[in-house]
Design a protein around this ligand. Structure first.
Ligand SMILES: Cc1ncc(COP(=O)(O)O)c(C=O)c1O
Length: 423
């Protein structure tokens, strides 16, 4: 209980002779000293391993959900490993195109794609558009240019399945802003409308029940509803979306991508589904690939109550605790094998009492101001959901591999804060 659960660390995690945590052959303590903190450290081999696992499991249907973490280096890496990439805004689309990912390898999502976003997607020729509403179908219709190949689309449906996850990341139930409801008949109308339109080429059906889902049965249940619904239309593709959960804290365990895929393939076979299965893991690809390194700035002891340890980041680099009440572990990378007897509350530097990174973290007894402290499993929805709240600078990101550290996102500077400020 006092040792750091090793399964939460990236694949290449090791300990050097000084007791320091090493990732990708790089000493994380040195990385913190050289690059400053907060710092995201991503294990490139870990990401590649998960991408390969997804491609082995889902073949051409393997799609990386870039909302989990995106920069050009990440887009290139997922593309190199054979994954298509899910983008859900014009911004994500832009970053992927700028990374050199061919447009046909992009899958365009979003419940409110603007005319401009759709126009760009059509101009560059994205591989798939996941259509989410009748308004979007109308927009595609009106943007259609005779002579241009109509975009291949999937219709996103809400199967009416509860995902047993936080309500903010649960999307499969009927009462959702996403997609066409199966039970009301809206999904059938959408398929009929899309099939009869010359502006789109309907190739499949898509469903995403939510995120951080641990039970493969929830996915299988959704697949049953969607397969039942899809059968009469006999379309060549069926996407089960993303949402596979990952372990964040001691005692949690999650199915692997391979186990998830196997359960889906078994369910599909039992249901007589012949369509190509696609899946869009985001978190399962990158969450455990990274740790965040911070520097301890103040330690406030409240005798008989608790100890607050404040670091140089917080809700601006990891809003998940404040959004979803998510839990994390804490550890000291310079003494990664030391027992963590001391219970602390890890907080950020923002002007919010809710700016808590870890409600109950554990650290070795002797923690001092100036020490580096880290949280594992921060590779998904940390950097990508980050903000400049309180004009705190967004952290740098390094990719580590074979003893080399590559700065892929530099730390923001104060001048960056003024780039869009016209004075
Ligand atoms: C449509 C869709 N696909 C994939 C994902 C990725 O989910 P996760 O990162 O949980 O795998 C999401 C997340 O919200 C989503 O909305």
């Amino acid at each position: 209980m006092t040792a750091l659960p090793w399964n939460l660390l990236p694949d290449t995690a090791a300990v050097d002779g000084d007791g320091h945590l090493v990732i990708g052959g790089c000493d994380t303590v040195r990385l913190a000293a050289e690059h400053g903190t907060p710092l995201f450290v991503y294990d490139e081999a870990h990401i590649r391993n998960r991408c390969r696992e997804a491609v082995a499991a889902f073949g051409p249907g393997a799609v990386y959900a870039s909302k989990a973490f995106l920069c050009r280096a990440m887009a290139r890496l997922a593309h190199e490993e054979g994954m298509a990439i899910d983008v859900s805004t014009g911004g994500e689309l832009h970053v992927c195109l700028e990374a050199g990912v061919p447009a046909e390898r992009l899958v365009f999502h979003g419940n409110n794609k603007s005319r401009n976003e759709l126009r760009r997607a059509l101009e560059v020729g994205v591989g798939r558009i996941i259509v989410d509403s009748f308004d979007e179908l109308d927009r595609l219709q009106s943007l259609h240019e005779p002579g241009r190949r109509p975009p291949r689309i999937l219709v996103r449906v809400t199967p009416g399945v509860e995902a047993h996850t936080h309500r903010f990341v649960s999307t499969g139930q009927d009462d959702s802003k996403f997609g066409f409801t199966v039970s009301s008949g809206a999904a059938t109308r959408a398929i009929e409308e899309a099939s009869s339109s010359s502006a789109v080429d309907l190739v499949g059906i898509h469903a995403h029940i939510g995120s951080q889902v641990f039970r493969v049965e929830s996915f299988a249940e959704a697949l049953r509803v969607v397969a039942d619904f899809a059968k009469p239309f006999d379309l060549p593709e069926l996407s089960i979306g993303g949402g596979l959960g990952v372990a964040y804290v001691e005692g949690e365990s999650a199915p692997s991508i391979t186990e998830w895929a196997q359960a889906m393939k078994d369910a599909a076979q039992a249901l007589g589904v012949t369509a190509q299965l696609a899946a869009e893991p985001g978190r399962a690809i990158v969450a455990q690939a990274a740790i965040t390194l911070y520097t301890v700035g103040t330690i406030k002891q409240l005798p008989g109550i608790r100890t607050y340890v404040a670091v140089d980041g917080g809700m601006s680099d990891n809003p998940r605790p404040i959004l979803y009440g998510s839990g994390y572990e804490t550890f000291v990378p310079a003494r990664v094998n030391d027992h963590r007897h001391r219970v602390i509350r890890l907080v950020g530097k923002h002007c919010e009492s809710g700016d808590v990174l870890v409600l109950e973290g554990r650290v070795p007894e002797a923690l001092e101001v100036g020490d580096f402290i880290a949280t594992p499993v921060t590779g998904a929805y940390g950097h990508s959901m980050g903000s400049n709240y309180n004009k705190v600078l967004r952290p740098a990101v390094v990719f580590v591999s074979d003893g080399e550290a590559r700065l892929v996102v530099r730390r923001e500077s104060f001048d960056d804060l003024l780039i869009t400020d016209l004075g």
